[in-house]
Design a protein around this ligand. Structure first.
Ligand code: PMV
Length: 320
């Protein structure tokens, strides 16, 4: 049995930063994101002989035999538990994010793996349950199951899933900054932030409020408010992370220069708003009709990639 699925990355407008339960991957707050229509990950899961000792994982044509394989195996253990199966699997994944583009591939990766593995093991899961399953692979993958703009609810295991919400048409321009420091992974950085940043409790309370404000702005089609909340929430996340000890600083001087350029663009009448995840790259939210101008204005800061709003993760085929 082989099943193949495709999923796209997403960029949070209201960020997920901190777990309430690490084992179940439950977030401390809700979050809201826009799915991208560029850089799909396509993943096939083929069930193999039960006697195989391990699963296998091939990424962009290379056999992976270290940390990422262990993460894939743990994820498949969950699927096997749900399906009552002990069959091992061969996972083959093609990730189209260009090397160094700085877009997290774990969101599209675990969303595609969740859809393909569920089908290969014969599970018939709703979008909600696929989203809950993807959550166990990587938090942000929860939001790569539904399409468009989606909210990931905080809650217990049953209640923590993502779903599409109504929102106005939007676009993003990804600005790749190549001179960033070596990143500290989000898992360790979240742990350190929770343990040591004095700003973390305020991050949780303010973000909980911002999720509500963002959903109201999306429902009202209020692009200006969506942008203002997006930029503010990103800066609050980075301030909270920088407050950890030892400090963690993801934004470089070039990242900050892009934030400045976006402020200058607004002064010139182009409505654009900046955000950044756990790395130096900056993603700029704008109206679809402005994306080419925004991309042109930011070209000098690094490689720019334009994206519209993306589709839901989906099963491409499954065959015996
Ligand atoms: O993808 P994860 O679960 O390691 O965490 C992602 C964290 C951020 O990208 C910084 C924010 C977000 O909500 O995507």
């Amino acid at each position: 049995m082989t099943a193949t699925a495709v999923a796209h990355p997403n960029i949070a407008l209201v960020k997920y930063w901190g777990k309430a339960d690490a084992d179940l991957a439950l977030p401390a707050t809700g979050s809201v994101s826009m799915g991208l229509d560029v850089f799909p990950t396509t993943t096939s899961v083929t069930l193999t002989d039960r006697r195989e000792a391990r699963d296998t994982f091939t990424l962009n044509g290379r056999v992976v035999d270290d940390g990422p394989l262990v993460r894939v195996e743990r994820f498949l253990d969950l699927v096997r538990g749900m399906a009552g199966s002990d069959a091992r699997a061969a996972v083959v994944s093609e990730n189209t994010v260009p090397t160094g583009a700085g877009l997290a591939s774990s969101a599209s990766g675990f969303a595609a793996l969740a859809v393909a593995a569920a089908a290969a093991y014969g599970l018939d899961l709703s979008e909600r349950d696929l989203s809950r399953l993807a959550r166990r692979g990587s938090g942000s993958a929860t939001r790569s199951i539904p399409g468009g703009v989606s909210v990931w609810h905080a809650g217990d295991d049953a209640g923590s899933f993502a779903e599409t919400v109504p929102a106005p048409p939007m676009a993003m321009v990804v600005v790749t900054i190549n001179d960033g420091p070596k990143e500290i992974g989000s898992r360790e950085a979240m742990r350190r932030t929770i343990a040591t940043s004095p700003f973390y409790p305020a991050w949780v309370s303010s973000t909980t409020e911002t999720v509500g404000d963002m959903l109201a702005a999306c429902a009202a089609g209020d692009f200006t408010r969506i942008g203002e909340l997006t930029e503010s929430n990103a800066l609050r996340m980075h301030a909270t992370i920088e407050g950890a000890f030892p400090p963690i600083r993801y934004l470089t001087s070039r990242s900050v220069a892009v934030f400045d350029a976006v402020v200058a663009m607004r002064a010139d009448g182009i409505e654009a708003y900046a955000t950044a995840d756990a790395g130096p790259n900056v993603v700029v939210l704008c109206r679809p009709e402005d994306r080419a101008r925004v991309a042109g204005a930011l070209d000098g800061f690094g490689a720019v990639i334009e994206s519209g709003t993306g589709p839901a993760a989906r099963l491409l085929r499954s065959e015996d």
